[in-house]
Design a protein around this ligand. Structure first.
Ligand SMILES: NC(=O)c1ccc[n+]([C@@H]2O[C@H](COP(=O)([O-])OP(=O)(O)OC[C@H]3O[C@@H](n4cnc5c(N)ncnc54)[C@H](O)[C@@H]3O)[C@@H](O)[C@H]2O)c1
Length: 271
């Protein structure tokens, strides 16, 4: 029996994973969240405070899946530092002290947000390029995870989760923000649950950073490493569908964000 603790278990993804594991043999699961939840097995916890109340609940756990965070890309620095940086630091430390073996950290595609208008293939070893406090905090969570995997005895898997929408029944389409970039990072519910379960169960891992998307047509995220390292095989795929309006918006945006700065850099080099 694998004992799993899920943080952020009252949230959109946390509750899905909680229900998914709870209904399976071979798992015993509890959830922790600052947001109250009536489901049996989900307990109040505030990770910004390092306290015994929630640390005791980690005792005997094999795996911590850390999903709790301010998930908004426009989160303020104050909130990102408090909930996503301090909270994550407290959890790694508590896992080390409680003897938890594996941490699965919910990282994000926003770590590569600055590559939207480039042609780079988005592999885990591509230099991070966060463009907001949320992305910087996720980068921190990965790097601190690497530290604890080297010096704290933890096995750490960081999943750079694509986009599992909390609206539109998570069906992909032109309603998704950020044009093609947004649609290419779509992650179905089935693939989210399957990918996280692979990260929980994979053996012989000290530290990995892996992309988690469905198999979307033409996407720039490389998910082959996720298959090779933890056995994730996507079940779903989307075919990006761009209206004239979305194509036009993306073109205008790329002219201002990429093309004009590139032109000026070339022409005014050394000024
Ligand atoms: N939904 C996506 O498409 C997506 C994409 C990439 C990464 N992620 C990451 O996955 C995780 C879950 O995302 P979600 O969409 O379910 O978000 P969500 O907001 O629905 O869930 C997050 C949960 O964390 C809890 N939480 C926040 N701060 C806390 C604290 N200090 N102490 C205890 N609990 C706290 C919240 O109460 C909430 O229930 C987040 O880390 C998010 O950054 C999500």
């Amino acid at each position: 029996m694998k004992r799993v603790v899920i943080t952020g278990a009252s949230g959109h993804l946390g509750k899905k994973l909680f229900d998914h594991l709870k209904n399976q043999e071979g798992f015993s699961v509890i959830g922790l969240d600052i947001r109250p939840n009536e489901a049996e097995g989900i307990y109040f916890s505030d990770f910004t405070e390092y306290n015994k109340q929630w640390i005791d609940l980690l005792d005997g756990a094999d795996v911590l899946v850390h999903l709790a965070a301010d998930r908004e890309p426009d989160a303020s620095w104050e909130s990102a530092i408090k909930n996503n940086i301090n909270g994550t630091m407290n959890l790694y430390q508590a896992c080390k002290e409680s003897g938890v073996k594996r941490v699965v950290f919910a990282s994000s595609n926003w770590l590569h947000g600055g590559y939207r208008f480039t042609d780079d293939v988005l592999r885990s070893d591509l230099c991070p390029f966060p463009v907001n406090a949320y992305g910087v905090a996720k980068l921190f969570g990965e790097r601190v995870g690497e530290y604890f995997s080297r010096f704290g005895g933890l096995s750490v898997v960081c999943m750079r989760i694509g986009w599992t929408q909390w609206t539109h029944d998570n069906q992909p389409g032109d309603h998704m923000a950020m044009g093609r970039w947004g649609q290419e990072m779509w992650l179905s519910d089935t693939d989210f649950l399957n990918g996280m379960q692979c990260a929980i169960e994979a053996e012989n891992i000290q530290f990995e950073v892996l992309n988690l998307m469905s198999e979307n047509e033409g996407m720039r995220w490389d998910i082959s490493e996720t298959t090779n390292k933890i056995g994730y095989v996507p079940n779903d795929k989307s075919h990006p569908n761009m209206s004239f309006k979305s194509k036009f918006k993306s073109l205008v945006y790329s002219i201002f964000v990429r093309k004009i700065p590139q032109f000026l850099e070339k022409r005014l080099y050394g000024w």
